[in-house]
Design a binder for this molecule. Structure first.
Ligand SMILES: Nc1ncnc2c1ncn2[C@@H]1O[C@H](COP(=O)(O)OP(=O)(O)OP(=O)(O)O)[C@@H](O)[C@H]1O
Length: 269
């Protein structure tokens, strides 16, 4: 049953506020025994994955391991043949289409930035705020102080305050990626799926991206798909290794890198 606005009470736990996701008794994202086939080929094979609230999880795995398909399942782009996919305790994501899933607070950052070059950095963030359905009623009014503060907070988080009045078109590739992350933040997502965030970045931009993602953990649950192991090491608390559509192993970066099965999978690539 879909009940993201239901106010529930249970035992000694705090009651939920309206719109809050119920992750009091478990993970915020819960995938169990998920199977996806394309013309008989199993892209996801009995995959189970649990993401905690506020967690920053890195997903790695060789080409074709199923990382993109997993993201597609979470966002509703691909519906699995079987399995369970829940957001918190109560929201069955398999019953929702892509826009409905986005509206629950699950958002995705694709590899290629798609900011509006002709608009300023500030205007890009403002536009993203208006894409948030909760602010629709205010669309035809002047920006209020609270909305201004939200934009300035995000500018501060993504470290683009000094460029806020500049057109996004003049930003470097890395700065565009941060702006796009900022545009997602304007919608106050509960879960952020981030696909290969550092592709094409300079060394300095990579470092700043690591700082940015680390600063977001705790406030948002984040899944980062990334091939660059050095980068993963710099941000990872817990790493999930996918292989042939299943979770091969999970643990700290040291644990997974020393796992003979992981070494075999990567050497065998
Ligand atoms: N729409 C599709 N039709 C047929 N096969 C597909 C489709 N999407 C994915 N696959 C196959 O499913 C497998 C998993 O693909 P997926 O893109 O999820 O892997 P990945 O881990 O993201 O790989 P990469 O790191 O190369 O992006 C691959 O063998 C891929 O060819």
């Amino acid at each position: 049953m879909i009940a993201n606005t239901t106010i529930q009470e249970s035992g000694a736990s705090q009651p939920l506020l309206a719109g809050e996701i119920d992750s009091r008794h478990g993970p915020i994202l819960y995938l169990e025994d998920v199977n996806v086939s394309f013309d008989g080929f199993k892209a996801l094979n009995h995959l189970s994955l649990y993401i905690d609230s506020g967690e920053l999880r890195c997903m790695i795995g060789p080409n074709g391991a199923g990382k993109t398909t997993l993201m597609d399942v979470i966002t509703g782009k691909t519906k699995p043949d079987s399995g369970s996919v829940y957001f918190g305790q109560t929201i069955n994501l398999l019953e929702l289409d892509e826009p409905a899933i986005a509206a629950t607070g699950i958002c995705r950052k694709f590899q290629k930035p798609s900011v509006f070059d002709a608009l300023t950095v500030f205007e890009n963030l403002e536009l993203a705020m208006h894409a948030d359905k909760r602010t629709w009623p205010t669309l035809f009014y002047r920006r209020n102080a609270e909305q201004n503060e939200r934009i300035h907070n995000v500018l501060d988080t993504i470290k683009l305050t000094s460029l806020s009045k500049h057109p996004a078109g003049i930003l470097s590739h890395g700065q565009k990626q941060w702006l796009e992350i900022g545009m997602l933040l304007m919608q106050e997502p509960k879960v952020m799926l981030v696909d290969e965030p550092i592709a094409g970045m300079t060394h300095q931009e990579v470092e700043r991206t690591a700082e940015l993602l680390l600063s977001l953990q705790g406030k948002h649950s984040i899944i980062v798909v990334e091939h660059d192991m050095e980068f993963v090491r710099s941000i990872a608390q817990k790493v999930t290794v996918l292989h042939e559509g299943s979770v091969l192993t999970e643990g700290t970066m040291d644990e997974v890198q020393n796992d003979p099965r992981v070494i075999q999978v990567y050497l065998g690539e």
